[in-house]
Design a binder for this molecule. Structure first.
Ligand code: FES
Length: 120
């Protein structure tokens, strides 16, 4: 599954997100090798951001920012950034590190099998 290099923007205005849909239970989201340690990668077809806070520990969240609905961005900066208005979210639990967002990114349950990440 191809990661999105510069994922950010209003889903309704950004053509790369025209196919975005909620995560599908049991669907493959990503390869573990696509997700940087200490960072995150957004996967547009599933609308999911997958993080790897420490090596081998994968988490996933809905990629739509809780502020005004832009998609958060892929990053190696140690947090999940939203480039629309500067909100930052924690890699481990999706909580807000810096506003204007006030709510955490909703978690997406995942399973990791054979180097692949699936929604649970
Ligand atoms: S939409 Fe993300 S910070 Fe505003």
């Amino acid at each position: 599954m191809a990661p999105v290099a510069a994922a950010c923007g209003n889903p309704s205005e950004d053509p790369q997100f025209s196919q975005v849909r909620p995560p599908v239970p049991g669907g493959e989201v990503a390869l573990t090798t696509d997700v940087p340690v200490g960072g995150c990668q957004v996967f547009a077809p599933k609308g999911t951001v997958v993080t790897q806070p420490v090596e081998g520990d994968f988490r996933a969240f809905e990629a739509e920012c809780s502020h005004k609905g832009c998609f958060v961005a892929s990053s190696t900066e140690g947090h999940i950034p939203c480039r629309c208005h500067g909100s930052r979210f924690d890699l481990t639990d999706g909580s807000v590190l810096g506003g204007p967002a006030r709510s955490a990114l909703p978690p997406v349950e995942i399973e990791v099998r054979d180097g692949r990440i699936f929604t649970a």
